[in-house]
Design a protein. Structure first.
Length: 63
């Protein structure tokens, strides 16, 4: 039981140290994406025709 607790504590400390090292060394700094994000177009949503709007436009044409 104590051996497993020591092993898990050691592994978690290693992962914590690796995370802190990566943050301090700038691994998570993204300097490229924000500068080119404006160049990409947003995806346009397609409008579906509603049955009421189609029938309403036909009635206006008949009158």
């Amino acid at each position: 039981m104590f051996l497993l607790m020591a092993a898990s504590l050691t592994a978690s400390l290693i992962f914590l140290a690796a995370y802190i090292w990566s943050v301090r060394s700038g691994q998570f700094d993204d300097k490229y994406t924000p500068s080119v994000r404006i160049l990409f177009d947003d995806k346009k949503k397609s409008k579906k025709m509603e049955p009421e709007s189609v029938s309403g436009s036909n009635e206006e044409e008949k009158e």
